[in-house]
Design a protein around this ligand. Structure first.
Ligand SMILES: [Zn+2]
Ligand SMILES: [Zn+2]
Length: 172
């Protein structure tokens, strides 16, 4: 699940996205200042993430202001809420095991059958890409190989966790 890491008085809090944050950077239902939401432009389109700014609240993604209330969010981007709160958005994820496929279905990438020492087929969490674990392990930079997808999706490593030093204002 995508995660929003928020710096609060020197401590890093982690919230599962989607989440609404108040002006102090705490998860809230009412009186939110910024809302981190997922959307898709069509039923087969990749899931994307965006931050929505409440009216009257200044929200920045990196150095750019959130104009017209909403701005797309990419993995690793920093979100500033009201000039006080800094958050880091992480879309890091492991590839999702395919549960509905035939157990010996061939990998669409390397065409090897499902036996041959493989753990099975896995879907990209963001786009329709599907490949066996051996292929996922070889994709460059630990990211989905679909052009324009860029979903971080590597096996056998811990997911991204923000540390205090990852925050731009963390050492202030
Ligand atoms: Zn494969
Ligand atoms: Zn993908």
């Amino acid at each position: 699940m995508p995660t929003v890491f928020v710096m609060q008085r020197g401590r890093v809090e982690a919230y599962e996205a989607p989440v609404r944050l108040d002006a102090d950077g705490r998860a809230t239902r009412d009186g939110w200042a910024a809302s981190i939401v997922s959307f898709a432009s069509g039923p087969r389109a990749p899931h994307r993430w965006a931050v929505v700014a409440a009216p009257g609240i200044a929200v920045m993604v990196g150095a750019r202001g959130v104009t017209a209330g909403v701005s797309p969010l990419a993995h690793g981007e920093h979100v500033f809420i009201g000039g006080e709160v800094e958050a880091i958005f992480s879309a890091d994820a492991h590839p999702l095991p395919v549960v509905d496929g035939a157990p010996d279905a061939a990998c669409p990438v390397c065409c090897e059958p499902g036996s041959a020492g493989r753990r099975g087929l896995f879907d990209c969490p963001k786009c329709p890409a599907r490949a066996c674990d051996a292929c996922w392990a070889q994709f460059p930079h630990g990211r989905c190989a679909t052009p324009g997808c860029d979903q971080p999706a590597a096996f056998d490593r811990p997911l991204f966790t923000a540390e205090p030093g990852d925050f731009w204002d963390g050492l202030r």
